[in-house]
Design a protein around this ligand. Structure first.
Ligand SMILES: [Zn+2]
Length: 109
């Protein structure tokens, strides 16, 4: 089980959320070449390390948020304030996903 820190609901099981993908700034489609647009749509960095990614809290607050996760350890190193779609992060916040597997409190569905 991987706990994802929703900025509105708190830590939630990853199955309660939807992984949207890597967070990239969207280029203006009227100003980029078709190749640059295709790169934005389909090419991912997929690093083994820190990755800024977008999540959707589908079973809770139904809000999108951006979090910074280490893809090697699944540790979330920080998360944005609620409603912040720009991915701005608080560098003082440190969240570590716990690996408790059988501690479901039944609050989620
Ligand atoms: Zn939420």
């Amino acid at each position: 089980m991987m706990l994802v820190p929703c900025p509105n609901c708190g830590p939630r099981n990853a199955s309660d959320l939807r992984y949207v993908g890597e967070s990239h700034s969207r280029p203006n489609p009227n100003e980029v070449t078709p190749q640059e647009w295709r790169t934005y749509l389909y090419m991912q960095d997929n690093p083994a390390g820190l990755l800024k990614e977008t999540w959707y809290c589908r079973s809770g607050c139904r809000q999108y948020f951006t979090a910074l996760r280490n893809t090697s350890t699944n540790e979330f190193t920080n998360h944005p304030l609620p409603g912040n779609k720009t991915g701005a992060v608080d560098p003082s916040f440190h969240y570590v996903s716990e690996s408790k597997s059988d501690t479901n409190d039944g609050a989620s569905s």
